[in-house]
Design a protein around this ligand. Structure first.
Ligand code: UD1
Ligand code: CA
Length: 457
């Protein structure tokens, strides 16, 4: 849903606060929820609404916040709030950017990652329909005791918002609360934001005081009362962060299950919503899937497996293993207890077994590295078998070197392949061989250092 072309919509996102209640060195809006920063989640939602301009008010750790926003969208505009003097003061900082803007402005907190596009569209529509100068989003919730209360007059019209800390006992008992998202005419903001005062318990300029100001000046104020309070929950503490992450995760796991993915134990499974999973995959308990990961159909993943920024082809089985920036083609068996590091490329039908580490290496079609091996900076040809305990010695203390192993090679158990070295197609190394020189195709080498097997006499 987007607003009609003829009524331009801007957004001001308040993200200058330190987020004291997070007790963190990191700015609150940069804390990840299900893998992506709080603020980015909100910007993603705004992107679907075609809002222009988008002004992010930054302050605490402003450089870092700007950098993260710019990476997401270079067209975002920033306003600086050098001293954190309240949400109203933060909104004032955005006014210069909106100088020539006529239309409506969404004012949102950067700490509301669950806000959805539909709810925001409804807020804008409410504002347009009633030709309101200021429209707020509220909900009836006796649970949210530290939210601002909506105070209505005898006719039931919104009169003002009272912050919990400033409430009288009667006001404190009110259950309609301010969710902290507003839609206002730009003209109204230009006129009234500069008139806010800081005479309240916290000595801050509250954006919420705009409501009373508007009413006192005979302007139109409205409220969209939503029953989707879970979409408007702000993150103030790490407890909220966990709650919001859980909500997002639940939603995504549900979607995956409806798309044909079996998730055997959703509560013990963590899947970020950037991860794509094909149908007929079975996700076992204790699985963690992160970042730009794709998993094709028919895979068995887990239990206890962590996959980050990796691509997995169809019909693979991966148990008790860790994959980071790895590529796995179809029908591969991995684990238990394998570690695939950046640049690991595993060919179709290959096997990477228990206690095997693979880094920056290609394993050919149908090749097997079944147990206790380190394969680094190497290529292993199709159909080759790497015996138990084999090590590619890629580092000589100064530089890394490559090991090239051909097709249908048989590497004996406990071989050490001292790079740079090449093993030709069809060659064999004996158990315990320390290979320091290239091995010609179809030959057999044994011993320490490895030498061609003497001809039988
Ligand atoms: C705010 C509302 C409250 C509402 C609640 C809903 C005010 C005064 N109160 O309270 O009525 O129920 O949200 O979640 O707005 N910020 C700045 N600069 C500042 C201060 C704050 O940029 O100087 C930003 C924060 O980064 C945050 C937003 O403004 O994104 C709201 O501030 P916060 O302190 O979280 O307000 P709440 O106490 O949650
Ligand atoms: Ca808040």
């Amino acid at each position: 849903m987007s607003t009609p072309e003829n009524s331009p919509l801007a957004a001001v996102i308040l993200a200058a606060g330190k987020g004291t209640r997070m007790k963190s060195r990191l700015a609150k809006v940069l804390h990840p929820v299900l893998g992506r920063p709080l603020l980015i989640r909100l910007l993603e939602t705004l992107r679907t609404l075609h809002v222009q301009p988008q002004v992010v008010v930054v302050g605490y750790q402003g450089e870092e916040v700007q950098e993260v926003c710019r990476q997401f969208d270079p067209h975002i505009t920033f306003a600086q709030q050098t001293e954190q003097r309240g949400s109203g003061h933060a909104a004032q900082m955005a006014l210069p950017v909106l100088e020539d803007f006529s239309g409506r402005v969404l004012i949102l907190s950067g700490d509301m990652p669950l806000l959805d596009a539909q709810l925001l569209s409804q807020l804008v529509e409410t504002s347009q329909r009633g030709d309101e100068d200021l429209t707020l989003l509220s909900a009836n919730s006796p649970q949210h005791r530290d939210f601002g209360r909506i105070v209505r007059d005898a006719q039931g019209r919104v009169e003002r918002i009272q912050e919990a800390k400033d409430c009288s006992p009667q006001e404190y008992a009110l259950t309609e609360v301010n969710l902290g998202a507003y839609c206002a005419k730009a003209q109204f903001l230009r006129q009234f934001l500069p008139r806010l005062e800081a005479n309240n318990a916290q000595g801050e300029f509250y954006i919420t005081d705009l409501v009373a100001l508007a009413r006192q000046n005979g302007l139109r104020v409205g409220a969209l009362v939503t029953d989707k309070i879970e979409c408007a929950l702000g993150v103030n503490s790490r407890l909220d962060l966990a709650t919001v992450s859980a909500t997002l995760k639940e939603r995504y796991l549900e979607r995956l299950m409806l798309q044909g993915v079996s998730i055997l134990d959703p509560t013990s499974t963590w899947i970020e919503d950037s991860v794509q999973i094909g149908p007929d995959c079975v996700i076992w308990p204790g699985t963690v899937l992160c970042g730009q990961t794709t998993i094709a159909s028919g895979c068995q993943i887990g239990p206890n497996t962590q996959i980050t920024d990796s691509q997995v082809g169809p019909d693979c089985q991966i148990a008790h293993s860790v994959l980071l920036q790895a590529q796995v083609e179809e029908g591969v068996k991995i684990g238990p207890f394998a570690y695939l590091r950046p640049g690991a490329k595993i060919g179709p039908q290959a096997k990477v077994g228990d206690f095997v580490e693979i880094k920056n290496s290609t394993i050919g079609r149908g090749a097997k590295v079944p147990h206790l091996s380190y394969i680094g900076d190497s290529s292993v040809g199709a159909g080759t078998n790497i015996g138990c305990g084999t090590i590619t010695c890629n580092y000589d203390g100064r530089a890394k070197h490559r090991t090239i192993i051909g097709e249908k090679v048989f590497i004996g158990s406990n071989s050490s392949l001292v790079a740079p070295v090449q093993i030709g197609d069809g060659a064999t190394t004996g158990a315990g061989a320390v290979v320091t020189r290239d091995v010609p195709p179809h030959s057999v080498v044994v011993g320490v250092p490895a030498r061609p097997l003497p001809p039988k006499n």
